[in-house]
Design a protein around this ligand. Sequence first.
Ligand SMILES: [Zn+2]
Length: 69
Amino acid sequence: MAIPNVKRFRPFCPTCNDSYTLMAVLPQDANIEKYLADAVARHDHKAFIDSKTLHTKVRVGQQKQKKSK
Ligand SMILES: [Zn+2]
């Protein structure tokens, strides 16, 4: 089976003040810097921050469960 040429990037989003994981299949002659700049410009900031908030809530909930034991 051919392995697709998927690459992982960690672009930094100044709007979210954090970096996020980005998976992309790029042609070999792609301009990665330009691609990442485009990706950050199109980043879904609200969804990213929402998912981060969700993770924090889950972690706090787990800690509370441990303490109550
Ligand atoms: Zn963002």
